[in-house]
Design a protein around this ligand. Structure first.
Ligand code: NCD
Length: 326
């Protein structure tokens, strides 16, 4: 008989964290626990009846202080598929515009007895600040240039699904590394899971402390692509740039755009990822983004819902008094 014993510690020892502010601080087995939990939701989401009622009666607030399409929608769908009451705070119409401090907003959300709060904010560190003030689990949906943990988890699940594993793969993350919370969280997550991570950016968009991050840094895009299993392209985060970081979008594409020709140089099986939103024709050509057999961009979106369902389920287990979860 094959053993069905879980490879993880039981109950909350499997994921002993109150919230999810970053990948930093997570053990590799805790990351794998969330990926494995998400597998059941990948299956459920492919059925016509995609409903589970484990979060019935819980209130989840999505407080997005910065624009979002897929992350907000993905968290909303995830909460609803698990049966929660999901409320999206419309920041454009909120008192933030009247000068309310972040702490006052946090205390207001707390007084409404939310059972989980999902936050996106333009300032690095804002999510931790709120997490320290409220009594429910807080999930980071992206804070400034700091972290975007659910993006890294969905990217890891996408790679694992496509390649059968992550340990030993070579992944190149290319583009605006300096301003990208997606790059930071992915570097932490993929290196924790045993991937060799390369980063490639023009000198002006490479973080000064990159040497501390267990990655191989490149400025030459074609050298960075040579032989990689996966290439992850990033959007130029123009909203986070003060001053001129690139000569022109045209020149940027010439040196750092993923074209069909460059993908061929990378290798015949190299897969392509992008967290979205894409600037087609700048960091990635449409002919590459839309390659049916090599682009994982739609799979990333699919895995995003499953990962967020797993995170919401796991983080509310103590609230729901699931046996063994304190
Ligand atoms: C990313 C983000 O917001 O950090 N998008 C996303 O969550 N899918 C990447 C980006 O904005 O470029």
């Amino acid at each position: 008989m094959t053993s069905t014993a879980s490879p993880y510690p039981s109950g909350s020892a499997a994921f002993p964290h109150r919230g999810l502010v970053g990948i930093a601080g997570l053990e590799p087995h805790e990351i794998l626990f969330l990926l494995d939990e998400a597998e059941q939701w990948v299956k459920l989401n492919r059925l016509s009846q995609k409903h589970d009622d484990r979060l019935t009666g819980l209130t989840i607030i999505n407080a997005f202080f910065e624009n979002s399409t897929r992350t907000l929608l993905s968290f909303e769908i995830a909460g609803k598929r698990l049966g929660a009451d999901v409320v999206n705070m419309a920041v454009a119409q909120s008192s933030i515009k009247k000068g309310e401090t972040l702490i006052d907003t946090a205390m207001t959300l707390n007084a409404m007895h939310a059972d989980a709060i999902v936050i996106r904010h333009a300032s690095s560190g804002a999510v931790q600040l709120i997490a320290d003030k409220v009594s429910c689990p807080v999930l980071n949906a992206g804070d400034g240039q700091h972290e975007h943990p659910t993006q890294a988890l969905l990217d890891a699940l996408t790679i694992r699904t496509a390649k059968g594993g992550i340990n030993g793969l070579t992944v190149a993350i290319c583009g605006d590394i300096m301003h990208s919370r997606v790059a930071r969280s992915n570097i932490l997550c993929l290196t924790a899971l045993g991937a060799n991570v390369r980063v490639c950016a023009p000198p002006a968009l490479m973080p000064a402390n990159i040497a501390e991050m267990k990655v191989e840094a490149f400025h030459d895009f074609e050298a960075a692509l040579d032989g990689v299993d996966v290439v992850m392209m990033l959007r130029l985060q123009l909203e986070r740039m003060q001053g001129q970081f690139i000569p022109s979008p045209r020149e940027y594409r010439h040196l750092y755009g993923l074209t069909e020709k460059r993908l061929e140089l990378a290798g015949p099986d190299t897969l392509v990822m992008h967290p979205g939103p894409m600037n087609r024709g700048i960091e990635i050509d449409s002919s590459v983004a839309d390659l049916v057999d090599r682009s994982l961009i739609n799979t990333q979106v699919e895995m995003g819902v499953a990962i967020r369902m797993a995170c919401l389920d796991v983080l509310t287990r103590s609230v729901r008094k699931v046996e063994g979860w304190k």
